[in-house]
Design a protein around this ligand. Structure first.
Ligand SMILES: [Zn+2]
Length: 181
């Protein structure tokens, strides 16, 4: 059994934020990244179950992931904001989990080293009603939600254009380093 699970952000029926600079959206970009991670992780995505709430779909997904005991769960998204000056990388971790907090710090550091994207502060999750909170609070394993760049910022996007495979390599490095954190 693989020790790490990767969750593609959003779902094929509702693909998350669009990036006009990348010509794609969170789901399609991160699905391509996840294809390169299948050798090191189990890959999951949110179901398109009709006539239920998004919270219910997330619950269906996390119930499925929780059937196995993973060492680490990573959820793949990118950030976006109406002000296109907002830029940089961040990660969302459970507030009291020091190990995933350290992993999040290492993540933004690696993104800066490999892609030249600025480091933002991490976002501690304290409630399932926070953005990204339902996923992190419902997963039994240590979980980190990764937001490597803003799809709304052109300078961030230049660094991530056609870079799905390189970003997957960075995530592999992060998974290796998790053992030592
Ligand atoms: Zn997202």
């Amino acid at each position: 059994m693989k020790k790490v699970a990767i969750i593609i952000g959003h779902r094929s029926g509702n693909k998350g934020a669009k990036s006009e600079w990348l010509g794609t959206n969170e789901y399609d970009y991160m699905k391509a990244v996840a294809l390169h991670l299948k050798d090191v992780a189990d890959v999951y995505e949110r179901p398109n179950t009709p006539f239920v709430t998004e919270a219910y779909r997330i619950k269906q997904l996390t119930n499925k992931v929780n059937k196995k005991s993973y060492d680490l769960v990573l959820s793949l998204h990118f950030n976006a904001f109406k002000d296109d000056n907002a830029h940089g990388s961040t990660a969302l971790h459970y507030v009291t989990n020091k190990r995933t907090k350290r992993l999040g710090q290492r993540f933004t550091q690696l993104i800066n080293l490999w892609f030249g994207v600025a480091q933002r502060d991490l976002i501690p999750i304290t409630s399932k009603y926070q953005r990204g909170g339902a996923l992190i609070m419902n997963i039994n394993a240590p979980a980190l939600l990764l937001e490597p760049f803003f799809g709304s910022n052109p300078a961030d996007c230049v660094n991530f254009y056609d870079a799905e495979e390189k970003y997957a390599e960075l995530i592999k490095e992060l998974i290796c380093e998790y053992l030592y954190l």
